[in-house]
Design a protein around this ligand. Structure first.
Ligand code: NAD
Length: 522
């Protein structure tokens, strides 16, 4: 659907031939029309994979995985050392693809390109230690031992969303591959290009062909076969889809990690710095056009600071440069698609119909592009409104007043979600005490989300309906492995000796247990 004849020149790196080459690795016949978000113009036909295509992709991946798992870890990691440099050197080309397929502004696109290199750097430092066998004590000192051995799961299925297609498609695959797995990725149809380019860069760095497969299609068409073939599923997306994925993985008795939605609160404490808080709120509400899982949809302000913050926040929002451009100019870009724009609009319309006030924004901007929506601030949002309880996932944020910190904490926790929260105060110790009371997998003090998300050595995931498991940290790699308990008994010492009564044996065994406790052997 071509809606706006914008006079916009597509980035020079995004040629038709290059796009056709990228999608050529996706198995499937019938194609889906992948469009440039800013203009609605067709970019390329994306093959749609059938169940047979998906089974074949898994068979190829499984074959490649056996050789890869037998490759010494040092050699496997060397691929990612080379890939790190390639990813950084090609960041601008990656950002071009991210922008054409998602419509986000260039500042966010280039930031997204940095995520896989950061994940590579972290696990290049950590993987050797995490994957090395660990010798543990056995039940009887000296004559027994047990060793914990980490083995790859096999073929990991990754299902990724459109909001950070490169980061979720590639970054989550890196620890899986380092651990010796193969990967079959299903990106969102709308945003398959940047992950396909990422895989090409990994192969240029030496990743064996066949090890990283891509299948494409609508989620409900591809999902069942993908989950049935996989040994583990890494899913990022909405809470509703997460439940479907988790149910199927559970039935198949395979593990899964579910990184889901949020309705994230920002708590501004009495002593917060106004300028910094407003700058934070602008990014929290409108960064990536409000399409970040950890972004802010609810802001809680002390009554005494409400008017001051509201005025400054509305003024800063109205000053934002919102438009389509492939340069670093705009503060905010487009939503991902006209469909998503209509969903965001329906949340705002519903809030207005039920009595909310629009302080600024509130409308689509077809003059800027087919999926543009104004940065929007609402007041008077209540829990009988859709956006009072459900994730909107757009540039829409609601302001709320609180009287006491206890009330602010209760309001922040009054949600099914628990992905991210942000607390602002000059008193970091006081903010930490508030953070401790928030039901959230991530809490950022004096930041919105970047500090927590960029801390790759700390696990990051959601609680409540925001997810199961985490990415990053040791568990971000170990989840892609099974532990094997290799136990050795050097000499048979358990059980009664010949001629010894069982009573005597039990007496000796029980005092042995006490002795081991005293000596802290077990
Ligand atoms: P979505 O759940 O609709 O889709 C996500 C992916 O799942 C897509 O690839 C889609 O094709 C696929 N899918 C859809 N239905 C499926 C099914 N039945 N079986 C298998 N796969 C299926 O989510 P979305 O709208 O694309 O993404 C936005 C959501 O993702 C938001 O809720 C956002 O908060 C969440 N998100 C969470 C994180 C996180 O780390 N917690 C990160 C990014 C996005």
């Amino acid at each position: 659907m071509t809606l706006t004849p914008l006079e916009l020149t597509r980035p020079a790196s995004v040629t038709d031939a290059f796009l056709r080459e990228l999608v050529a690795r996706v198995p499937g016949g019938e194609t889906w029309e992948l469009t440039e978000v800013y203009t609605g113009e067709k970019l390329v036909g994306l093959p749609q994979s059938t169940p047979d295509d998906i089974e074949r992709a898994f068979a190829v991946a499984r074959e490649a995985q056996r050789k890869w798992a037998a490759t010494p870890l040092k050699q496997r990691l060397a691929v990612f050392k080379r890939a790190h440099a390639l990813f950084v050197d090609n960041a601008r080309n990656v950002a071009d693809l991210i922008q054409v397929e998602s419509g986000k502004n260039r500042r966010m696109a280039i930031e997204e390109t940095c995520d896989p290199p950061m994940v590579m750097s972290h696990y290049l430092r950590r993987a050797g230690k995490l994957l090395a066998p660990v010798k543990r004590g056995g039940p009887v000192p000296l004559v027994t031992s047990a060793t914990e051995i980490r083995q790859p799961k096999g073929v990991v299925g990754i299902i990724a969303p459109w909001n950070f297609p490169f980061a979720t498609g590639i970054s989550d695959a890196i620890p899986a591959l380092m651990a010796g797995n193969a990967v079959v990725l299903k990106p969102d149809n709308k945003t398959a290009l940047s992950p396909l380019y990422g895989i090409r860069l990994l192969e240029e760095a030496g990743l064996p062909e066949g090890l990283f497969q891509v299948v494409c299609g609508e989620g409900p068409d591809v999902g069942p076969t993908l989950i049935d073939q996989a040994d583990y599923v890494m899913f990022t997306g909405s809470t509703a889809t997460g439940r479907v994925i988790g149910e199927r993985a559970g039935r198949n008795l395979i593990g899964c990690c579910l990184e889901l939605g949020g309705k994230n609160p920002m708590l501004v404490l009495e002593d917060a710095d106004l300028e910094e808080t407003v700058r934070g709120a602008i990014f929290g509400a409108f960064g990536n056009t409000g399409q970040i899982c950890m972004h802010i949809e609810r802001i809680y302000l002390p009554e005494s600071r409400y008017e001051e913050f509201k005025q400054a926040f509305v003024a800063a929002t109205e000053a934002l440069d919102v438009r389509a451009a492939y340069d670093f100019g705009p503060d905010m870009g487009s939503l991902v698609s006209p469909d998503h724009m209509h969903r965001v609009k329906s949340h705002v319309d519903d809030a207005i119909a039920r009595g909310a006030t629009v302080l600024t924004g509130g409308k689509p901007r077809p003059d800027l592009g087919p999926a543009f929506f104004e940065p929007t601030i609402l007041e008077g949002v209540t829990k009988d409104m859709v956006c009072g309880v459900t994730e909107t996932f757009g540039p829409v944020v609601a302001l709320h007043k609180y009287r006491t910190v206890d009330e602010a904490v209760a309001l922040a926790n009054d949600t099914d979600y628990g992905l991210n929260a942000s607390v602002w105060s000059r008193d970091v110790a006081g903010a930490r005490a508030v953070a401790a009371r928030l039901e959230s997998g991530n809490v950022n003090i004096n930041d919105i989300l970047a500090t927590a998300f960029a801390a790759k050595s700390t696990p990051s995931g959601g609680v409540k309906s925001s997810g199961v498991g985490a990415r990053h940290g040791d568990q971000g790699l170990l989840k892609y492995t099974d532990g094997k308990n290799l136990a050795v008994l050097k000499k048979q010492v358990m059980g009664a000796r010949p001629g010894q009564s069982y009573e005597k044996y039990v007496e000796g065994m029980l005092s042995g247990l006490k002795l081991m406790r005293r000596l802290r052997i077990r």
